[in-house]
Design a protein around this ligand. Structure first.
Ligand SMILES: [Mg+2]
Length: 258
């Protein structure tokens, strides 16, 4: 059995499940912290700043992690823009945490249809006018970047459409395919690996969702551990097109392999 030098770990369904705690996951992460093993939480969620997630993990889940343990599709977006569009003026469809991170990284948000780049995430306050201006910006030649294309968000009031529904709207209107930061796409895992400072063959990606967490590993040459505490069900495992490297019922089964 191979030993890994570092880990990338999904949040919802892996570290907790909605508001429910997963004690085996907490013990696993506490063990990583105690032994100073490098890891990062990897999440597509683009509606919270890193520090808000850090506080939630510390206060609600007994996980005294640092901001540096968290890598989101917002941070992937910032890093991608810094590499590819360092001086770009942005049109942003997104919520305040995304806009704050972009401004703190030095980007100008003009909300003008002549912007160089359209950055799209989930915005639960979006309206037709905003979508129309973004459409015009893309048709005018702006690069179309998306944090994540998640389909649905679970809420107390049932399933709501997520970021990908807005992406579908803009794609349909413009016939332009966006570049996506979040899992299963490359930018989020490349950015996280760069910060982790480890070669990809020494890192294990842990997640509950085959389509995102496991696919991001498979498509980017990182070994994967599917944990059956969330989205992907045990009955599906024999039928998955490409098998994860490992499958466990919960993370207590990985404790002796750290
Ligand atoms: Mg998950």
């Amino acid at each position: 059995m191979k030993q890994y030098s570092g880990y990338l770990i999904d949040l919802d369904g892996t570290t907790y499940y909605g508001k429910r705690r997963i004690p085996t996951a907490e013990l696993f992460i506490q063990e990583l912290l105690a032994r100073d093993i490098p890891f990062k939480f990897l999440t597509n969620n683009a509606t919270r700043q890193i520090h808000q997630i850090q506080q939630m993990l510390e206060q609600d889940y007994d996980l005294p992690v640092k901001d540096s343990h968290i890598y989101t599709s917002i941070i992937a977006m910032v890093n991608y823009l810094q590499h590819h569009h360092p001086d770009a003026e942005l049109f942003v469809i997104g919520e305040e945490p995304l806009k704050t991170e972009l401004r703190q990284a030095g980007f100008t948000i003009s909300q003008d249809r002549s912007a160089d780049v359209v950055v799209q995430a989930l915005n639960r306050q979006t309206n037709y006018e905003e979508l129309a201006m973004a459409t015009q910006a893309i048709l005018n030649g702006a690069t179309f970047l998306v944090t994540n294309t998640d389909q649905l968000i679970p809420t107390a009031d049932g399933l709501y459409p997520s970021s990908g529904a807005t992406t579908a709207f803009l794609k349909h209107a413009t016939s332009i395919e966006p570049i996506v930061m979040g899992k299963p796409h490359a930018p989020i895992i490349e950015g996280a690996l760069e910060q982790l400072g480890l070669p990809k063959d020494e890192v294990l990606m842990i997640g509950d969702n085959y389509q995102t967490d496991i696919q991001v590993g498979i498509q980017n040459g990182v070994d994967t551990l599917l944990v059956l505490t969330g989205v992907t069900q045990k009955e599906e495992v024999p039928h998955l097109p490409v098998a994860p490297t490992y499958v466990v019922d919960n993370l207590s089964q990985w404790m002796d392999k750290i």
